[in-house]
Design a protein around this ligand. Structure first.
Ligand SMILES: *[C@@H]1O[C@H](CO)[C@@H](O)[C@H](O)[C@H]1NC(C)=O
Length: 147
């Protein structure tokens, strides 16, 4: 029974954590190990309006930092538009702060795709800034908002 539960849990994890291809947009104070968007069975991720997505970014830090702040943009026709997220504090998003140089962390947060968003293709750019406002990570992925 325990083994069966384990196997099921492992399968569930496999089918849920969707590693996505990302572009590093300048992770000067850290290194990205993986970016997961869940659910995102095919890329570019189709974000269905009215759905909540989970973002899980595994990274290591090169610096010590007491704080961490997420800054998100939607890039449309080359123009970066600030995109509000429910929780901008990285220290309340799975990261045990203070952040230590050389340690690995998983930043986990929710991305609600609101029903009123237009159905467009855009690039999501996600930064996590340290005390000096430098990027511990910065990644960008193309997405498609769908009805
Ligand atoms: C985030 O991803 C890491 C690395 O794959 C994993 O160990 C961790 O369990 C994930 N966290 C969540 C909440 O999914």
């Amino acid at each position: 029974m325990a083994l069966r539960a384990l196997v099921l849990a492992a399968l569930a994890t496999l089918s849920w954590a969707e590693l996505v291809d990302f572009k590093d947009c300048g992770s000067v104070d850290g290194k990205i190990v993986a970016v997961d968007v869940t659910p995102c069975p095919t890329e570019p991720c189709q974000l269905v309006r009215g759905t909540d997505y989970t973002i899980n970014v595994t990274f290591s830090s090169n610096v010590e930092s007491v704080s961490s702040k997420a800054v998100v943009y939607g890039i449309l026709a080359g123009i970066a538009i600030p995109f509000p997220i429910p929780e901008a504090d990285g220290c309340k998003s799975g990261i045990l702060c203070p952040i230590h140089a050389g340690n690995s962390y998983s930043y986990v947060t929710r991305l609600p795709v609101k029903s009123e968003y237009p159905c467009i293709k855009l690039v999501v750019k996600w930064e996590l800034q340290d005390d000096m406002k430098k990027n511990i990570f910065c990644w960008a992925i193309p997405v498609h908002i769908t009805p």
